[in-house]
Design a protein around this ligand. Structure first.
Ligand SMILES: [Cu+2]
Length: 145
């Protein structure tokens, strides 16, 4: 269905008028502050990645994304990855391992044996990481779309 040009124009004017009217009430001298209208942005649950592995479940020195089941985590810009230590002693350290692993300074949990670490990814891109203890044996990737 296609709106006639005049109808689309009318809709546009109505929307613009509504926006202007809203501005008037917000900035007018009699307007009262209404902080309750500032709806907080819903906070999405972090994307979990298991660090290490429960005994008997599989290889011990792995990063395992809770969705993909692999070491690759795919998220959208602005979202957060949470690494959860399950066993062993590991780190999540941004960087790659072309010739030995080199940290690039975007994030580094330090070496831990329990607890969690979170990092938020504001921009798109592909972000490799590794474990400081296990190096090339234990790598992961965060793909931010
Ligand atoms: Cu490790």
């Amino acid at each position: 269905m296609v709106f006639p040009r005049a109808a689309r124009l009318a809709i546009g004017i109505a929307a613009a008028a509504a926006a202007i009217g809203c501005d008037d009430t917000m900035t007018g001298p009699t307007a009262t502050p209404t902080p309750s209208t500032l709806t907080p942005t819903p906070v999405a649950a972090p994307h979990n990645v298991t660090v290490g592995q429960a005994p008997g479940v599989g290889p011990a020195n792995v990063f395992a994304d809770s969705v993909s089941g692999t070491s690759t985590t795919t998220i959208h810009a602005g979202e957060t990855v949470q690494w959860i230590w399950v066993s062993g002693t590991h780190s999540t350290t941004s960087g790659s391992c072309p010739l030995g692993c080199v940290a690039n300074g975007l994030w580094d949990s330090g070496v831990l044996s329990s607890g969690t670490f979170q990092h938020t990814f504001p921009t798109t891109g592909t972000f490799p990481y590794f474990c400081l203890v296990h190096g090339t044996m234990m790598q992961g990737t965060v793909v931010v779309q």
